[in-house]
Design a binder for this molecule. Structure first.
Ligand code: PMV
Length: 271
């Protein structure tokens, strides 16, 4: 039995969504496909670490009631790059495991089952990645609430550039939580600022205003930089993108490496 889940890119709100702020994310058309077959006990047909094994156990238990499956996986996404690989795997596995147990999950059920895996991968996940992996589209997300599809007017083009360096989401989420504990007032002010950026981005998307959205992405990046999540390579990617006509550029995902997303003019370009 097979299932798939998509990757995502966070447009505004990375990390702040973990602490209850609103965020905006896009589903991206790159997927992970998981196949499960009944077996005497849990077996993996690919190399995987303890976290992935534990997440797999939890998800299979939730959707199929037991873990006696042989699991194989193929992915178009790179792990630890900020594009939601773990959520795409978790949603794909939830769908495949449920099918093997004779059930078809709704998108909400697939997102919820995948959240069990995300708890293992991220420690304290917001739920934005598994939501986008199950639903796709362009979503306004707030932890604990149903995500809302956003109205998007006209064409927006985004380019995702990979820094080639891996960032560990769990460690980076913990790092931001420590900063919040150490500087609660400053963090609260940053959360308010981030929420204003989200409000502006909802309007910019609804009005087809790519220039404004780019500015807001830059403002969001400045907050993420203040949290210590950028890297010299991400800074270089941003500088080169902005010098070459990108409307805005920011880290997307956990940071500390990973990918950078930029809002491009009409013609998307790659690097
Ligand atoms: O880097 P990724 O793809 O694992 O994305 C993490 C997104 C965070 O906002 C940093 C964490 C979360 O659970 O929302």
């Amino acid at each position: 039995m097979q299932g798939s889940g998509y990757g995502k890119a966070i447009l505004i709100g990375d990390h702040f969504v973990v602490h209850g702020a609103r965020g905006i994310a896009l589903g991206i058309p790159k997927k992970t496909t998981v196949t499960v077959e009944r077996a005497a006990s849990l077996r993996f047909l690919f190399e995987c670490g303890d976290m992935l094994k534990e997440a797999t156990r939890r998800i299979l238990k939730k959707v199929a009631g037991n873990t006696d499956y042989e699991v194989s996986m193929e992915s178009e996404l790179q792990p630890s790059a900020g594009m939601g690989w773990s959520a795409s795997y978790s949603v794909a596995l939830a769908r495949a495991g449920a099918k093997a147990a004779g059930k078809e999950l709704t998108r909400r059920q697939a997102a919820d089952a995948a959240f069990e895996g995300e708890k293992v991968f991220h420690g304290n996940p917001s739920g934005i990645d598994n939501t986008l992996a199950a639903f796709g589209g362009v979503m306004l997300f707030e932890k604990g609430k149903e995500a809302e599809p956003l109205k998007v007017e006209g064409d927006f083009h985004f380019v995702i550039a990979n820094s080639g360096k891996k960032g560990t989401t769990k460690e980076l989420v913990e790092k931001v939580s420590l900063l919040k504990q150490r500087e609660p007032t400053l963090f609260g002010e940053m959360m308010e600022e981030e929420d204003k950026i989200v409000g502006g981005a909802v309007t910019a998307l609804g009005e087809g205003n790519a220039g404004k959205l780019g500015e807001l992405m830059n403002e969001n990046h400045a907050l993420l930089e203040e949290l210590g999540l950028s890297t010299p390579i991400i800074d270089d990617i941003r500088r080169i993108a902005l010098e070459n006509g990108a409307l805005g550029a920011k880290i997307t995902g956990a940071g500390g490496g990973g990918v950078c997303i930029r809002s491009a003019r009409m013609r998307p370009w790659t690097c």
